[in-house]
Design a binder for this molecule. Structure first.
Ligand code: G6Q
Length: 546
């Protein structure tokens, strides 16, 4: 079957499926949960509350086959240059590869280098934690300030917060990303320069925000009385660009290497994750790698009809391309994982926010969903209104750890009951008849009932996928992140787009430079459009106010 044919079959299937309410699918099949849920270790993925039946799933799998998913998955894992526009492999899986087999990238086994950086990270973390590595005045390091942005920040920030329960006592990790002066200044105002270590993370070591913040961090140390010669005790770098690290004044022996076959948003498994390792210790960091590796194997070795990243990706394609959904919500019933939707937003939208195919043709179908979300139950008191009663279809993933050792069982049970009850309510809804009966039982008059009832109806029929796991551990977090990475790749294959470039980000890196010159100058002749000229003049005038 070719792709066009598979696509047409799914279009007809959507016409059929949209006639059937989700609750009727459950009423008709007592085994629906068993048929449409999968388990990976302790992670239960229940996708039964989606607009599918066995036929739909088969048709989606046919589409995947017609798009050459098996061949493309093998190309990814064989280090072929799947990042076509940058002519690179996307081999982040090598960073968490745990078997003794070699991993060849561009004719070289990369595992010796990968392992040697892991050893360097382990030695460094041990030195910092034990106090062998000290600040210039001999004090133990108590604060680590990670400076990086985008892919060099979001993964670490999210994992450090998610794994707070594993944090090593006596050391606090702060992530600074924004060039907004408040981010660095507010972070530094409460910490002691003598006990602070900066980790400067940048693949290119040229990113404006990171380099500017790094320079200011250095000035802060010098202002505190630290000499130029002693600054080495307070700075390490993570980069692919040794020369730029040396030019900045960081001793290359205090640099942790990674490689151009690791994309920024896929790099938290490399030394980019050093702040994570400093927070939770290297054994826990390695457990996170192990969890991701197990998910890599699941993706690589499991038949597509039981393959979790494949199923999740196809559900996304189903809603985006056949139901017209333009957004995908991610609700995490865990305060510690509240940064997860932000991390996922970059992974998905930077990877899939493309409008041309690999060979440069404009696509004539939707690609990346707007990916967004927040923690539950907070979101229930904020934007759930629109998911329940708005006009758009918003497919949502609900994630939760069933257990949490912080706080009380009562709080945790409330959290999980909200998680479960919301997915049920979104699926079932509440009919006009039920609402009218409830209002009548409340003693409302017939006039009041007919006025209020339409507002209180919940159509239901809203698709959700529940991802419920035992508790947040480094390994589980690693598996979940890798699951979403592979889901993203599968969608890129179906859409025939490059998941690993980011020309839109590159543009942003250059645009600001010209305006920056003009903002600081007094050149009256500005040659932009009227709006841009007006904004530059207004910002100049505001900056001059005392
Ligand atoms: C990620 C993107 C982007 C990148 C940042 C930081 O995939 O390419 O978010 O990670 O722009 O880049 P550097 O690591 O080079 O500073």
């Amino acid at each position: 079957m070719n792709k066009e044919h598979a696509w047409k079959i799914l279009e007809s299937q959507q016409v059929r499926m949209k006639q059937i309410h989700l609750s009727d699918l459950f009423a008709a099949d007592s085994q629906r949960f068993e048929s449409f849920s999968l388990k990976f270790k302790d992670i239960l993925v229940d996708f039964s509350k989606n607009h599918i039946n066995k036929e739909t799933l088969q048709q989606l799998l046919d589409l995947a086959r017609a798009c050459g998913l098996k061949e493309e998955r093998d190309r990814l894992f064989s280090s072929e240059h799947v990042n076509s526009t940058e002519d690179r492999a996307a081999m982040h899986m090598a960073l968490r590869h745990r078997s003794s087999k070699p991993v060849m990238v561009d004719g070289k086994d990369v595992m010796p280098d990968v392992r040697s950086v892991l050893v360097q990270m382990a030695e460094f973390c041990h030195a910092v934690h034990s106090g062998d590595w000290r600040g210039s005045t001999g004090k133990k390091i108590e604060n680590v300030v990670s400076i990086g942005i985008g892919g060099s920040d979001l993964g670490s920030d999210m994992a450090i917060k998610s794994l707070q329960a594993y944090a090593i006592p006596g050391i606090k990790i702060h992530c600074v990303s924004n060039v907004d002066p408040s981010h660095l200044a507010r972070t530094l105002c409460d910490i002691d320069p003598e006990t602070t270590l900066f980790v400067i993370i940048s693949k290119t070591f040229t990113t404006l925000e990171t380099m500017t913040n790094a320079r200011h961090a250095r000035l802060w140390l010098l202002d505190s009385g630290c000499s130029e010669a002693s600054i080495v005790h307070h700075f390490v770098a993570v980069s692919t660009n040794t020369q730029a690290v040396a030019d900045f004044g960081i001793d290359p022996k205090n640099m942790f290497q990674f490689w151009d076959w690791v994309g920024g948003r896929y790099s938290m498994w490399s030394a980019v994750g050093l702040p994570i390792a400093l927070s939770i210790g290297m054994p826990c960091f390695e457990e996170m790698l192990e969890g991701a590796y197990e998910m890599d194997r699941h993706f690589l070795e499991t038949d597509f009809n039981k393959n979790i990243p494949v199923i999740l990706a196809l559900l996304g394609v189903w809603y985006i391309n056949f139901w017209g959904a333009t957004t995908h919500a991610v609700i995490v019933y865990s305060q510690q994982m509240s940064q997860f939707p932000t991390f996922l937003q970059q992974l998905v939208m930077e990877s899939l926010g493309k409008s041309v195919t690999h060979d440069g043709r404009a696509v004539d179908y939707l690609t990346s969903p707007v990916t967004w979300g927040n923690s539950g139950t907070n979101s229930q008191h904020a934007f759930f209104q629109m998911i329940h009663q708005g006009t758009q279809m918003i497919p949502a993933d609900f994630l939760a750890p069933a257990r949490n050792s912080d706080g009380t069982t009562e709080q945790q049970q409330q959290l999980i009951s909200n998680f479960i009850a919301q997915t049920e309510a979104l699926m079932k809804g509440k009919s006009l008849q039920t609402v009218e009966q409830e209002l009548a039982m409340d003693g409302q008059s017939p006039g009041k009932i007919s006025q209020l009832a339409p507002h209180k109806v919940f159509p239901g029929n809203k698709p959700t996928t529940s991802i419920l796991f035992e508790k947040i551990t480094p390994a589980t977090l690693g598996s979940i992140i890798a699951m979403y990475e592979h889901k993203t790749y599968v969608q890129s294959v179906i859409w025939n787009i490059n998941a690993f470039d980011q020309w839109g980000v590159e543009l942003g890196k250059h645009l600001a430079a010209k305006v920056l010159d003009e903002l600081g100058g007094d050149n009256a002749l500005l040659t932009h459009d009227g709006s841009t000229n007006g904004l530059i003049r207004y910002a100049r005038a505001m900056a001059e106010k005392t």
